[in-house]
Every structure is written in C-alpha cells, then in structure tokens.
Design a protein around this ligand. Structure first.
Ligand code: FAD
Ligand code: NA7
Length: 562
C-alpha cells in the first residue's frame, strides 16, 4: 500500500503529539505513526512499578492548552506513569488527533528522493509513505540498553527491561534481582521492596539521590499555581533547566560553612534533584570544590541509613530524587551486590552467578540498565539523505545537528529532541522545538510554490508520473509544461557550516562540566562500544530560545531555504 502526505511525524509521545497538532493546524496533510500500541511514548513503554516523572507535576505537561493547564488534575507533586499516559491520551482525544495517528507502525527506512523532493518511508507493516516533510520524535530515552551478559538467554525465569515493561506482571512473593540503580532502578527498588519475597540489587555505581518531596497536592497549592501559571511558564522558558525554580547565582564557597549547610539542608527538606544541584549554588556541576561540598553533604545523609550505598565519585549525573530509596535496604530481605568488587560472571538457568562463585537464585530479573540515549533510535534504522549516506554514517564521529532540530544533507528532515538540544525538563524544550520547526516549515511553504492540497509530493501538480514516482530529474512535467523545479515542493535544510558551528558551541559549553568526567548516558558513555561525545547543549533553555528567535529574525539563518 502506498500513501502520501505533506508531513509525516514519527513518534506519538509528548513531541509527536504536539507536532501533529501544530502542522495539521497549519493546513498540512499530516500523519503520525508510532511503533507502540498506543500514544504516550515514554509513558506507554515504561510501565514498571514506581515509574514517575522527576519534574514536578505542574511543569511536566504542555503549556499551550490553557484550559487544560488550569483544570487537568494532578493529585500529587509528581506525576506517576499511569497519570502521564492518561494525560497524553486525553490531549489526543480532546484535539481529535487519533484519526491521524497510526499505531503499531514502525518506520524501518526513509530515503530522500531528490527528483521529487520527497521522503520515501518504508514501514514494518509493509506500507510505503511518501512525504515532503519528515519530523522525527523518536525519543531520547527510548531505545533500551540491554546488558550483554554471558548466557543471558539461559535464564529460565522472568526477564524484563524497565523500558519495555509488559502489562500484568506480578512480583509479589517472588525472588527478584534488579540490575541498575539509576533513576529507573531506584524507582523500581523503592516501589517493589515491600511486596517481594527477596530483592537483590546488583549495583555498579552508588548514586547521589535526594528526597523528591512528593506529597499530595492541596487545593490551596493548586490554586496558587493556577494563579501564577503565566509567570511560571515564562520563568521556566527563560531559565536554564526549566524545572520551575530560579537557578542559583551564588558560588558555593562564597558563603560561610554554616550558611552553606543550611542552604543544603533547606533544599534537602524541600526535595527535587535538580533543585538540590542547581538551585542551591551555581557551581556544583563544574567546580570540583563546590561539587565536593554538595557530595559530602549528601554522603553524610546516605551514611546515616545505608553505608554500602555511599558514592565516592563526582556528583555529576542527572540529579536524582526518590521517595525513600536508601531506607529500603534496612529491610531484612533486601540486599545489595557491589558489582565493582564482585562482577556478574554469567546468567544461569536459575539466576545470576557472580565472580565470588555465588549463584543468586531468582524468579525474576529486572534490567533497569537504561537507554542507548539520544541517537539510539536513529542509528538502528536507515534514514538516507541527499548524498545517499545514512544518518548513522553521517554521525560516525558522534551525533551532530543544527540547534538539535536539523541535520545538513538531510533536506526537509526535522528532529525533535535530536542531538545537541538543551539539557532540561523536556516538555518546555519540546514545545520550543515543535513551534520552531512548524515556523520553519511554514516559511518554506511560503517561499516555495503556493501549496495546493496534494498527495503526490508536488506543490501544484498531480501528474500521474509524479504520483507514481517515475519522473526523473531531467524530465519536464508535461502537465506544467515547464521545468521540474517549478512543480516540486519547498526544500529546507541546515547548512553544513551551521551544523559544524553548533557542534563546536555545544562541545565548548560542556568542556568545563564535571558531568563529562562521569560515564553516563548524558555523554553517550553508558553503552559498551559507543563513542563518548557531546550530546546536549548546556547553555540553558532561555539562551537557546533566544538563538532560535535570532535565527528566525535573520530569515532562518543557518538554513538553506529553496
Ligand atoms: P518519547 O516519549 O520517547 O516517544 C518516542 C516514540 O517514538 C515512542 O513511542 C517510540 O515507540 C516511537 N518510535 C521510536 N522509533 C520509532 C520508529 N522507528 N518508528 C515508529 N515509532 C518509533 N523527562 C523530563 O523532562 N522529566 C522527567 O521527569 C522525565 N522522567 C522520565 C522517566 C523515565 C522513566 C523516562 C524513560 C524518561 C523520562 N523523561 C523525563 C524523558 C522523557 O522521555 C521525555 O520527557 C518525553 O516523554 C519525551 O517525549 P518524546 O515524544 O520526545 O519521546
Ligand atoms: P541510567 O541512568 O543510564 O542507569 C542505568 C543503570 O544501570 C546504572 O546504574 C548503570 O550503572 C547500570 N548498568 C548499565 N549497564 C550495566 C551493566 N552491564 N552491568 C551492571 N549495571 C549496569 O538509566 P535509567 O533508566 O535509570 O535513567 C535514564 C533516564 O531516564 C533518567 O536520567 C531519567 O531522565 C529517566 P553505572 O551507573 O553505569 O555504573
């Protein structure tokens, strides 16, 4: 089967849902597809026990639907997975988007056909889709990172990855092993510890985690947020991390030791990982002495409950928060295996054998081992641009982009949360990028031939040879009686120079960061064999938005619009 659209959006999470609405509102014929069985993206796949956001509820949503913003319920200060999923399903229903979304449809390949200025997309369902614009919202924490342990497939028990959690898993009364203790691992462990018969946590690196401060939302709290919502969004979109607090401008060592302890103590009591790292002092993420102050404060707190869990390296991963993680290890049936001292040797039919010879017998193994982040979902498929190279080949030295949304040599392709986008609470960044991409497309449409409703990839022409894709570059369109250029649609692409410059900006900005000294997904250093490289823009959302505005004011500087 073959179908054609003005724009195809791939992914139906926060990014894809809004992008579909925006482009449809602009009058384009748009379709969204997703490999998943429903909309929701991250919140469809990550159904593991305890899954929740670590952005506070009031900012983990869209700002563009004011009625929803004021009325949609969020019962606690943090939203849990079923609530985020229900919220996104509600948005889709309210704006009648479902009729333009095709689920269970994975994009396998997309090839730019320059003669017709269209992307030709092949899906797992055997469909061919021709589209003038291709917008990918494939997710930056979406492709699961499965550990490559010896004899993993020998294990006879239940084996799950948190990022593809099936429905109806019952862990009660079972012996469970959890590998990994990042944000996901600590949520799972905290959630299941009390229900399972035995819990063994296989830990490679201890974590710094601060309390989340989660609690029920009172009516007066919600009323106050509702009153201030305009200011809250304005502040978030002009701040660095968009987490809804003012980032500190005070250097750690500029205050007395007593004052410092008090500031940390207040932030600890209030909760939230980003607030603790970036709301207390301004230099924790790049100054070693400041980092050590924050790290030692946290270590002291951890030591009081769980000595084995105390980290010693820099406090320089995505800041975590929890609802009683360390305390779970006081339970008799919860234990921890230090993988640095005693690595996993292999899986057996009954469980996991560690280097000391112990076989940890388990009914269930949960891999909370994270994601092949940012580019993982791009490099596993074939997206072939105008030079016949795939994105994977284009990114051989590490993923690059212009402003996180476009890649040179890949015309009419836009990436939501593509490489080197801002490192923030993500919905405000997603909104920013969707709105920018939509504006670029609108401008391209204006500059191209005036678009008529059409289904064959051409602005004004419905000639049969065009529709069937059999007209070569050098042929003239008989219907138009003119050069092919005059009946093809607009083409827009980041320039190679803009992409190179943006890559340098991002690299430069990350150089002073202590995050770069720790192997985590933020620099692509968590997947064996993956090159560690800059994956984010660390200049903050406020500055990023200004750069986008400047590009637009300069006629979309950095883009070639034909
Ligand atoms: P996603 O929600 O990841 O959606 C991508 C979609 O693309 C998926 O449904 C996938 O099936 C689909 N897809 C991928 N490849 C293909 C293909 N080839 N063909 C068809 N479909 C495809 N961010 C925050 O800011 N704050 C938080 O508190 C927070 N908590 C998180 C907690 C967890 C457990 C995880 C995993 C992530 C969290 N994130 C958080 C990040 C989260 O991913 C983003 O906030 C946001 O949901 C991303 O939306 P998205 O639409 O860009 O991508
Ligand atoms: P993370 O933060 O990448 O954490 C993955 C965890 O799994 C972490 O503790 C890793 O240890 C551990 N891991 C990974 N591979 C292995 C192997 N092979 N052996 C042992 N342990 C391993 O992923 P999350 O899902 O927790 O969170 C990702 C983001 O999603 C998070 O920041 C939120 O934004 C939501 P390591 O630390 O590398 O030593």
């Amino acid at each position: 089967m073959e179908t054609a659209f003005d724009a195809l959006v791939v992914g139906a999470g926060f990014g894809g849902i809004y992008q579909l609405k925006k482009l449809r509102d602009q009058g384009l014929k748009v379709k969204a597809i997703d490999a998943a069985g429903d909309v929701g993206g991250t919140w469809y796949w990550n159904r593991y026990p305890g899954a929740m956001s670590d952005t506070e509820s009031f900012l983990y949503r869209y700002s563009w639907d004011r009625d929803d913003l004021l009325s949609y319920p969020w019962p606690r200060h943090y939203v849990k997975q079923p609530e985020v999923l229900a919220y996104l399903q509600h948005v889709v229903k309210k704006h009648d988007l479902r009729k333009d979304i095709k689920l269970n449809t994975e994009l396998l390949s997309a090839t730019w056909q320059h003669s017709q200025r269209v992307w030709v997309v092949e899906t797992f369902t055997g469909e061919t889709i021709r589209t003038r614009y291709l917008v990918t919202a494939l997710g930056l924490l979406s492709k699961q990172n499965w550990p490559n342990f010896k004899n993993l497939n020998m294990f006879q028990g239940e084996l799950y990855h948190t990022g593809a959690w099936p429905e109806n898993v019952d862990l009660r009364g079972k012996r469970v092993g959890v590998i990994g203790n990042g944000s996901t691992g600590i949520q799972v462990i905290t959630s299941i510890a009390k229900h399972v018969k035995q819990l063994i946590c296989f830990q490679r690196s201890p974590q710094y985690s601060v309390p989340s401060g989660d609690m029920e939302t009172t009516k007066s709290y919600r009323d106050d947020i509702n009153k201030r919502y305009d200011d809250i969004w304005k502040q978030a979109k002009s701040s660095a991390f968009a987490f809804g607090f003012e980032e500190s401008t005070i250097p750690t060592m500029s205050v007395s030791s007593e004052e410092r302890q008090q500031i940390f103590e207040d932030a600890w009591r209030k909760g939230n990982g980003f607030r603790f790292m970036f709301g207390t002092f301004c230099d924790i993420s790049y100054d070693e002495q400041a980092n050590e102050e924050a790290a030692s404060f946290t270590r002291q707190k951890i030591r009081n409950t769980a000595r084995k869990l105390t980290p010693t390296d820099f406090y320089a991963r995505r800041p975590l928060c929890d609802s009683g993680y360390y305390q779970q290890f006081n339970r008799e049936h919860v234990d921890i295996v230090d993988l640095k001292a005693n690595p996993i040797e292999e899986f057996t039919a009954d469980g996991i054998r560690t280097a000391d010879g112990t076989v940890h017998e388990l009914d269930v193994v949960i891999c909370a081992t994270g994601f092949d982040a940012v580019d993982g979902n791009y490099t596993r498929i074939s997206i072939k641009g105008q030079e016949g190279k795939t994105l994977k080949e284009h990114w051989a030295e590490g993923p690059t982009s212009y402003l996180g949304v476009a890649v040179s040599a890949f015309p009419n392709l836009f990436t939501i949360l593509g490489p080197n986008g801002p490192f923030t609470n993500l919905p405000p960044t997603i909104e920013t990028q969707v709105e920018f991409i939509s504006d670029v497309i609108e401008e391209a449409e204006k500059r191209g031939r005036p678009a008529q409703p059409q289904t064959n990839g051409y602005a004004n022409c419905d000639h049969a040879e065009h529709a069937s894709g059999h007209l070569d570059d050098d042929k003239r369109c008989p219907q138009e009686g003119t050069d092919i250029e005059s009946c093809v649609g607009a083409v827009v692409m980041a320039t190679a120079e803009a992409e190179r410059h943006w890559t340098e900006v991002c690299d430069e900005l990350s150089k002073g960061s202590l995050f770069r000294k720790i192997d985590s997904w933020i620099f692509g250093a968590n997947v064996p064999g993956k090159k560690s490289t800059t994956m984010f823009y660390f200049g903050g959302l406020g500055k990023y938005r200004k750069l986008l505005e400047t590009s637009a004011e300069d006629g979309y500087a950095g883009f070639d619009l034909q």
